[in-house]
Design a protein around this ligand. Sequence first.
Ligand code: COI
Length: 391
Amino acid sequence: MVQATFSARREKIKGQPNPSLIFARVSSHQAADLVVQLSPAPKSKPAEVDFGSVFTDHMLTVEWSLTEGWQAPLIRPFGNLSLHPACSSLHYGIQLFEGLKVYRGDDGRLRLFRPTLNMKRMASSAKRACLPAFDQSELLECIRRLVEIEQDWVPHSNSASLYIRPTFIGTEPSLGVKKPARALLYVILCQAGSYFDTKNEAVSLWADPKYTRAWKGGSGDCKMGGNYGCSLFAQYEAEDYGCQQVLWLYGDDQQITEAGTMNIFLHWINEDGEEELATPPLDGIILPGVTRQSILDITREWNEFLVSERYLTMAQLCSALRQQRVREMFGSGTAAMICPIGHIFYQGENLHVPCQDQQITSRLAKELTDIQVGARTHARTQKTEVNDVSR
Ligand code: COI
């Protein structure tokens, strides 16, 4: 099998001081320079799976410098990084990350869900962060190799997966605000159960225009740590109001943009009396979510109602709620998947959002999970996009 093929390629590097560390050169035309250094002491896997706290035994690192370009990618035992204290990612937030998952199907095979979309978004975040360009398919092949090595960490469950966190940081060791001359791209993996401890219950949102997540000309459409770190202050104010997440508004007309760390969807009867599933358009302030795109692809294929990328304002939502035209609202993201919304606290009022039946929410969650674990195929989300790790 796959692991056996890999073992067959192992070769010890002469003079390696620790005989339990094994190096291998993988002869692949896509990631031909990959060097693998296996951990001498794999950890035991926890019985309970939470989100993002237990990491696997190995990580991928690839260094870049202006003078030498990209170095050979290295898969090595998971461990701390050693960074110069002036490192530009620590001082000026020159960094970005991605989030994608690998799922184990009932057939035992491992599948990445639409990883090329994450690679594409990562490349565009790198451009915006003035970090160097990288070859998307080469990185994906290195990630596939890392997942292959860590395959025993992928939970045997339809409700848990292995979360992949590619990260790209400027490691320029000086304090000038400039394009980094050194950078580090690394990938870590962790087990991922439910993101919210609400399980599948609807979340409540706090909507107040005094905080802004992203703005025109900014970097809200890139997956940069700063967008998330800056959201915490508002997040804690939301909690003071008894809400779980922030409903991010934008502009004088209070456009609905995102919910917490998720894209947002409204299923309603619109102003023209049409049944519609709507989400804000990718106009520069919305993160181009992979789950968002998949929901659009799947519901467009259902062809049962209008599916739109359009502006939605608080005034439109309030009037639709008053006129009982709202059917459901939900957030979407890789970590949270699909998360129903039950209440919105806005201008001193707790607005109830219908979510009893969760018709679209639960149908979409089931359909997405089925595609992710390979129980069903979907023309756009699976055929061309899902990479079978265990090929
Ligand atoms: C994701 O949904 O993958 C995210 O990036 C959310 C997160 C910051 C955990």
